[in-house]
Design a binder for this molecule. Structure first.
Ligand SMILES: [Zn+2]
Ligand SMILES: [Zn+2]
Ligand SMILES: [Zn+2]
Length: 109
């Protein structure tokens, strides 16, 4: 099976294993610090604006302006592909705890 977010193909991925990957490993996903929901890094700002109900959620304007990586605060560009390249290429985002695997980035080169 293939992860739909980072495109990692892994013969070990079963439905349950893939859930674990989404929850703990996938470099395209992150846990919202306020409500602990797993969201796409690229969608984090939208999550804070529209979905996050935690009373202590960060101000979305401060947390992740459009085009900025919510993890490291770096300028990455506005498209989903720009964000994907930032998270998956060159070892991934410097602040991310989830690191891309070689297998996942092959398709982006
Ligand atoms: Zn993934
Ligand atoms: Zn949240
Ligand atoms: Zn980053």
């Amino acid at each position: 099976m293939t992860c739909v977010f980072c495109d990692e193909k892994n013969p070990d991925f079963t439905a349950g294993r893939l859930d674990f990957h989404y929850w703990r490993e996938c470099p395209m996903l992150m846990e919202c610090a306020a409500c602990h929901t797993i969201v796409e890094v690229a969608e984090y700002r939208k999550h804070l604006l529209k979905e996050c109900t935690a009373p202590n959620r960060p101000n979305p304007k401060v947390a992740a302006p459009v085009g900025m990586c919510p993890l490291c605060g770096g300028e990455v560009g506005r498209s989903a592909r720009d964000m994907k390249r930032h998270l998956l290429l060159g070892g991934g985002c410097p602040k991310a705890t989830r690191k891309p695997r070689a297998a996942a980035v092959a398709g982006l080169r």
